[in-house]
Every structure is written in structure tokens, then in C-alpha cells.
Write a new protein. Structure first.
Length: 283
């Protein structure tokens, strides 16, 4: 084991391609000493993940990734969440149901654009799949399998990203509501990959100050696609306004094959970031 960690990982409980147990084994093989499973809008994989990590001697953190309603893509991670909190679980159910509705809309749009992608094309990709626990990554994979695009990235770039012909909105909570959901479940709220929102210092600074007023605890300062300049920018803003730093790979398995578990653009995420998050929580 090393001092390497990863606080942003996905499994088959949402849009990853490895089961929670397999994710734990991959973390072990990568030499990680701690990892957080942060599936989209669900905690269904956490029990299996914790059990596997315990057997392997890896510190495991209960996580989730919530999509917030914003002018650009905004995702907020919840770390150390209380998965037994009933209000929290009901909020996730609302988001899960909205995912099914959005999937159906996207399939309809694809048909209108001449692409014969069916529900079965999505559900056949993983055991126990439904339109409640699948997403755009699975739709993109079906588009690749049927030859409409050459890669998942192309599917998003040409069709599935916001503003494109086959994009469909889904019900989400505001940033303030999303942070509140995490905080009420005793979680630490971390803004994920802010590079997808802005690379402008002043704009990011203003946004983070606003989100901190809502209860945001920290920012993902280490990620798979950051430049050194952007990583340093995030770090400086965190230090200036009093937010903790986090980091993770955003591993999705074969849905994002270029991303390896435990890897970020600056190398790896050190355990000291997790220690600082624990200190912020009073642990």
C-alpha cells in the first residue's frame, strides 16, 4: 500500500462497468490505501464496496455524486454520507426516477435522428440494469456497438452533451438544494471537476464563494484532465476562502477507458487530502 487515494469512483451501481467488488479489487491492485465510491444519485453499491474493501484492507468512504441544476454541468460529491438517512434516500429516489424519464426522452430523440437504439440495447450491457440505474454512458456505448459513432466520446460530443440534438434535460435540484441534501445526511460536500464549469479565475472564485455560503465544504483540486495551471488555481482559491481540497480520477471503467483508477493529471491524490477532510469534519 502507498499513500495514494481516490475519492471519485463509479461502479455498475450507476454508469461504471465494474461491480463495486471489482472496483475495490482494482483499487487494491493500484496500491490505493483509501477510496470513495461515488455513484450517480445512488448508494446501492456501497454495502458491497465496503465489504470488499474491508477484506482487502482498504479504507472505504461512503460517497455519492449528485447532478445540480446549473447553466453548465455541475456535479457535487457527498463524502462520508449517512446512507440510512431517510430524507436523503427519498431525495435520491426522486433523482433516480428522473433518470428513467430522461433516458426515455433520449431514446426517442435518437430514433428521430435515425438511430435505432432501443431500451434492450442499454439494458443488455449489465446485469440487473433498468432505466433507473443506467444513463447517457450506456446509451453512448449502445451507439458505439451499433456503429453510429466510433467512441463514447464522439457520442457525447456529437449528440448527447447539453445543447446537442439528442440531449434531454432531467429533474435536478439547485446547487443550494444539492448541498443541503448532502449536509443533512452528515456528508462533506465537494464540488466535482469545476473545469467543466469555468477556467476563469474570477468566475470560479465568485462561484465557490457563493457555494460556500450554501454549505460547500471543498473542491476537487485534483482530477484526470486538469492542467497544472487549473489545479493550482483551484488550490489557491480553496486556501483563500477556506475550503478543503479533494481529488479523484472519476473512474468509470470501460466507459472511459483512458482513465485509470487512482490516476489524476498531476500524478496521484495523496492521503493528506483525506486527512484534511477528516479534520474539517472533526474526526
Amino acid at each position: 500500500m502507498t499513500d495514494r487515494i481516490d475519492l471519485h469512483i463509479h461502479s455498475t451501481a450507476s454508469d461504471g462497468t465494474f461491480t463495486p467488488s471489482e472496483v475495490a479489487h482494482l483499487a487494491y491492485e493500484a496500491g490505493l490505501c483509501a477510496a470513495a465510491l461515488t455513484d450517480h444519485d445512488t448508494v446501492d453499491g456501497l454495502e458491497e464496496f465496503h465489504s470488499a474493501c474491508k477484506r482487502l484492507g482498504i479504507e472505504s468512504i461512503s460517497g455519492v455524486e449528485i447532478s445540480a441544476k446549473f447553466r453548465k454541468e455541475m456535479h457535487i460529491l457527498g463524502l462520508f454520507i449517512d446512507t440510512d438517512d431517510e430524507v436523503f434516500k427519498n431525495k435520491l429516489i426522486t433523482l433516480r426516477d428522473a433518470r428513467k424519464i430522461r433516458n426515455e426522452k433520449v431514446l426517442s430523440l435518437l430514433q428521430k435522428n435515425g438511430m435505432d437504439i432501443t431500451e434492450e440495447d442499454i439494458l443488455s450491457q449489465k446485469e440487473g440494469a433498468t432505466l433507473l440505474n443506467t444513463g447517457r454512458a450506456h446509451i453512448a456505448r449502445a451507439m458505439v456497438n451499433k456503429g453510429y459513432v466510433e467512441s463514447v466520446d464522439e457520442a457525447f460530443t456529437r449528440y448527447l452533451k447539453k445543447g446537442n440534438s439528442c440531449y434531454a434535460e432531467r429533474v435536478t435540484y439547485s446547487p443550494e438544494e444539492s448541498i443541503k441534501i448532502i449536509k443533512e445526511a452528515k456528508g462533506t460536500a465537494i464540488l466535482a471537476h469545476p473545469i467543466y464549469i469555468t477556467e476563469d479565475y474570477e468566475e470560479l472564485y465568485a462561484l465557490l464563494k457563493e457555494l460556500k455560503e450554501y454549505g460547500l465544504d471543498g473542491v476537487e483540486c485534483m482530477y484526470n484532465s486538469y492542467t497544472d495551471k487549473f489545479a493550482q488555481m483551484c488550490s489557491e482559491i480553496c486556501e483563500k476562502i477556506g475550503l478543503v481540497k479533494s481529488g479523484g480520477s472519476d473512474f468509470h471503467g470501460k466507459n472511459k477507458p483512458s482513465i485509470k483508477i487512482g490516476n489524476v493529471s498531476t500524478g496521484y491524490v495523496p492521503y493528506r487530502l483525506l486527512l484534511n477532510i477528516k479534520m474539517q469534519r472533526g474526526l
